[in-house]
Design a protein around this ligand. Sequence first.
Ligand SMILES: [Zn+2]
Length: 394
Amino acid sequence: MKTRLRTDLTIRQICEGFQYSESEEKGLFGWAGKLTIQPEYQRNYIYANGKDDVAVIDSLLKGYPIGLIYFVETERDKYEILDGQQRITSIGRYITNKFAWIDENDIPYKFESLPKDKQEKIYNTELTIYICSGDESEIKEWFKTINIAGKPLNNQELLNSIYSGTFITKAKEIFSNSQNSNLHKWLSYMKVEVKRQGLLEVALSWVSKDWEKDGNLEKYMANHRHDDNINELTSYFNDVINWVSTIFIDVKDEMQYINWGKMYEKYHKNPYNSNEISKKLNELYSDYFVTDKKGCYEYILNGCRKEDTKLLNIRIFDEPTKKTVYERQTQEAKLKAVSNCPMCVIENLSNKVKIWDYKDMDADHVTAWSKGGSTDIINCQMLCRTHNRIKGNR
Ligand SMILES: [Zn+2]
């Protein structure tokens, strides 16, 4: 890979003919058509937040350097931005009056309303640009290492750059597009940042069944890199969304934290009655003893089994309750000269008269929560740790 440094190019030159696509949310071209601002392996424009973009303009007006910019020369006199697209897009959008810079008196100025001398100051700023040429893999490998300034690429953004091609271009049109009309529905079932490729990552993890981040997603991207369609990706994604939205007719916040792809794989062959599920779900949601609402979904999908109550993280007895019960049991046991663990007494083995310390005992629901037992002092007994574990597993 060869590089040469240019410090003579001004913002006026680089932003000549600047084009930005609102619908794709990316800078397209500059430098009179010679520069592709956002090649497909780059992430979406994420500086349009009134802070990062304004800070770039602020730096220019104060004469601060905005850092190194890297171009790749892809063919003779044609370039792509390798690093610096967020900054260049911010500048181009400012010059085309897409947002305002705020002065020290809190007065907003779009470019057209700036005093002439300030406009010229921006136009005449010289950028520091490294122009590189080399083969594609070499450049992308290097791109990974230079991308440390500003907001580093996250894992999916990196994968998009490594496996750029027809497949990822088409996939991004659907899953990285914050204008997609289905987003509102989709985002009920996942908590992700669309622009940072979170939705795409979910869709890919579902179709590749990469539940544990064990590399299936990356393999899937590699295998499909040059596909000319994304049919499998979209149909699998839609199957999962349709499945969950049909089974759970209420949309609740906790649903965003569940891996629905995994649930779909485990349970989609079972029949469900969505009205009964709704009733059961609302029952669990209003149950004081259920402390993990996220757990309700798999608990229900798997048939509300006793052995799954751990998913609900049933409220446990508090310390004062446990201490009171311990004192009472221990006093009674001492009077009868038997163990203070009622199960040790029944077993009639070596521990049948053992008085356990408080720290060696745990609270147990006499009647299990799953059978309607409450987390109340009258339903509390202390058992030695061994027996508590045995009873809990039954
Ligand atoms: Zn015991």
